[in-house]
Design a protein around this ligand. Structure first.
Ligand code: C2E
Ligand code: CA
Ligand code: CA
Ligand code: CA
Length: 280
């Protein structure tokens, strides 16, 4: 047991105290991770109905010296809570813009190729969020239309009047927006209609059970129809089987992401895929 008085941990149940200490330690390590070059970007292809690469999603990874690779679900919440996500998020954005620049220079990108970047609620609420996006694109010398920012329903519930101008302003500059994990929140059609979006992403939990759960099949078809009525692109995530792909295609889904088409890979490997694609 820790010496009494060192902290207040002795008032908690020991398991909880240990968990808290572990979190504090992990946060201290995460603060140093970027300067130690431990954060890496992976990229997963997004394909069209013909299986051609239409874009990619940037996914963060932490290469921890003792624990090995840590997935974002195990540290993004901590980064979000502590505010560290602001720094990390800006770095992700700048690095992604740099990749686009490098691939564009080599002539590996089709005209409509995009990179999707996950934006956390805290990042979106930064006072100069649009400025940060513009600066990153400008510095890298890339067209903003190559950036697709993924936001979630959760961050849009508060004050639509504050959010719509931010989305609209960036969209006017060419940046595109995708609503991630769609179906897990509670957006109505009327609500969606007010948001200047370009894309809906069907949450992978619905795709997973498509052929075993009649409710999920209905939800997926409804989301595709909603997307079509609002003239939005629809992406299905978590596509792992040919049967899922066929069902989604048949019902009008236009873009697909999942292990069936490729796992997230390091950005050099992704670049190699793009390069091979242009040589077909
Ligand atoms: P997400 O945005 O829903 O990302 C998709 C997740 O599904 C990724 O997990 C991806 O590896 C996984 N996935 C893709 N295809 C399949 C499939 O066919 N089957 C299964 N079972 N899984 C698949 P990952 O990389 O662990 O990321 C988890 C979450 O962390 C992401 O969920 C996203 O919300 C967040 N995240 C990742 N990178 C960033 C980032 O740079 N910034 C922020 N704020 N969040 C990030
Ligand atoms: Ca995402
Ligand atoms: Ca998602
Ligand atoms: Ca289900």
């Amino acid at each position: 047991a820790k010496a009494a008085g060192r902290n207040t941990a002795c008032f908690f149940d020991p398991a909880m105290a240990a968990a808290m200490e572990a979190r504090v330690a992990l946060l201290a390590e995460l603060r140093k991770a970027r300067t130690l070059d431990q954060l890496h970007l992976h990229c997963q292809p997004v394909v069209d109905a013909a299986g051609r690469i239409a874009g990619g999603e940037i996914l963060l990874r932490w290469e921890h010296p003792d624990r090995g690779w840590i997935g974002p679900s195990d540290f993004i919440p901590l980064a979000e809570e502590s505010g560290l996500i602001i720094d990390i998020g800006t770095w992700v954005l700048e690095t992604a813009c740099g990749l686009l620049r490098a691939w564009e220079t080599r002539d590996w990108l089709s005209p409509d190729f995009f990179l999707s970047i996950n934006i956390s609620p805290r990042q979106f609420r930064q006072p100069d969020f649009p400025g940060i996006i513009h600066t990153a694109a400008e510095r890298a010398g890339i067209s903003p239309h190559r950036l697709k920012l993924e936001i979630t329903e959760g961050m849009l519930i508060s004050k639509l009047d504050d959010i719509v101008p931010i989305l609209a302003g960036l969209r006017a500059a060419g940046v595109r927006f995708s609503l991630d994990d769609f179906g897990t929140g509670y957006s109505s059609l009327a609500y969606l209609q007010r948001l200047p979006l370009d894309q809906l992403k069907i949450d992978r939990s619905f795709v997973l059970d498509l052929h075993h759960d009649a409710n999920d099949a209905v939800i997926v078809r409804t989301i595709i129809n909603m997307g079509q009525s609002l003239a939005l692109e629809v992406v299905a995530e978590g596509v792992e089987t040919l049967a899922q792909f066929e069902f989604l295609k048949e019902h009008g889904c236009g873009l697909f992401q999942g292990y069936l088409f490729g796992q997230p890979v390091d950005t050099d490997s992704f670049g190699a895929k793009l390069r091979a694609g242009t040589r077909l």
